[in-house]
Write a protein that binds this ligand. Structure first.
Ligand code: FES
Ligand SMILES: [Fe+2]
Length: 359
């Protein structure tokens, strides 16, 4: 199946319904879209006390066993959590060990992933070689937020430049995780439907009465960049707004929230109190986990997060996304058209999906 999205939104049709129902395309998307993408892997604060923190990258789809470690110099590493001998998972739970040792035949690695020792290998020739170290992935930071990629196709700097430029005044390095306002949502829908819904504010007046009161629908607009886009949430009269410095692009605007989407599945919702990181994780072609992780800036409180009605908005979004998932099973629905004014973000997403799938 081949997709093309007309680059002129005025003429374009959406991705066909078949995209969201096809297992083969789902699997192809994992390899061609998610493997080369930049993924959020947590923050630099929480690893402070632990030297080794195992996790799966996109658990439920890629399931890539990885390990965040901090070496004696305090440097963070993102390593494969698979032993280079016969492939056992190395670290099963977070811990404070000073080296990484395999519980199968005793191979040891330094915390930076370099091979350290292995019993019974004296006669092995050309050993150890490069292949015996743990594969190491790049760690990139947006303040305290950490990102990695299994096989980056586009540099982190290229993908995130619009955010770093636009938000250079925002204290990403002050962000502190707030567990009590974080949650996982499991939704019976294709992951891309969740993104489609996020990428337009068109539905706000119809679906989100609470949020609609905070935003000025007339001034709400979307800006497209290469691998990310921004929905600028201009505030209504009485919503909290940013104090934006004079030299910034948005100085003088009454902004309630910046809604950044990073291809394919990361959302950074930036509020006066901090950031709500949303990660859309595929669990199959009709199941999705959305992680909401709240981060507070210094001097702000959990009350402000509650005021942003993130949970209520999420429930309202889930309801429409599940309804679309059902609607797309229809034999009579094929594809739709875009509102050139209101659905630029969805058009951008569909264009990127088509591009990556046709590679
Ligand atoms: S698999 Fe790790 S030492 Fe054998
Ligand atoms: Fe919504």
């Amino acid at each position: 199946m081949k997709f093309e999205i007309n680059s002129r939104i005025e003429e374009a049709s959406t991705l066909p319904a078949s995209f969201y129902k096809n297992l083969e395309l789902y699997e192809k998307s994992l390899e061609q879209i998610f493997v080369p993408s930049w993924q959020w892997i947590g923050d630099s604060n929480k690893k402070e006390n632990k030297h080794c923190y195992p996790f799966e990258l996109l658990s439920g789809s890629l399931n890539e066993p990885l390990l965040l470690s901090k070496d004696a110099q305090g440097e963070l590493h993102c390593l494969s959590n698979v032993c280079t001998h016969r492939g056992k998972i190395l670290v099963e739970k977070p811990g404070k060990q000073h080296m990484i040792s395999c519980g199968y035949h005793g191979r040891c690695f330094h915390l930076n992933g370099k091979f350290r020792s292995m019993p019974e290998f004296k006669q092995a020739e050309n050993f150890p070689s490069e292949a015996d170290h743990l594969p190491s992935l790049a760690i990139k930071q947006l303040g305290n937020l950490l990102f990695t990629s299994l096989s980056p196709q586009v540099s982190f700097e290229t993908v995130f430049a619009p955010i770093m430029d636009r938000m250079s005044w925002f204290n990403f390095d002050q962000l502190q995780a707030n567990a009590q306002d974080s949650a996982d949502y499991i939704i019976d829908a294709h992951w891309a439907l969740y993104c489609d819904n996020y990428l337009e504010g068109f539905h706000v007046p119809f679906v989100h009465p609470g949020l609609g009161e905070r935003l000025s629908y007339q001034n709400y607009h979307t800006e497209i960049f290469d691998y990310c886009n921004l929905q600028l949430g201009v505030a209504s009269d009485n919503a909290p707004i940013f104090d934006i410095p004079k030299d910034a692009v948005d100085y003088g605007k009454r902004i309630h929230a910046y809604y950044w989407w990073i291809f394919p599945n990361i959302m950074l919702n930036i509020y006066t109190w901090g950031v709500s990181v949303n990660v859309v994780e595929p669990l199959g072609y009709n199941k999705t986990r959305v992680k909401f992780r709240a981060y507070l800036l210094e001097g702000h409180s959990s009350e402000e997060i509650k005021d942003s009605t993130l949970h209520e908005t999420e429930m309202e979004d889930e309801e429409v996304v599940i309804s679309v998932q059902k609607g797309l099973q229809s034999r009579l629905y094929k594809a739709g058209r875009f509102s050139p004014k209101q659905e630029k973000g969805v058009h951008h997403f569909h264009s990127l999906l088509a591009k990556f799938l046709s590679q």
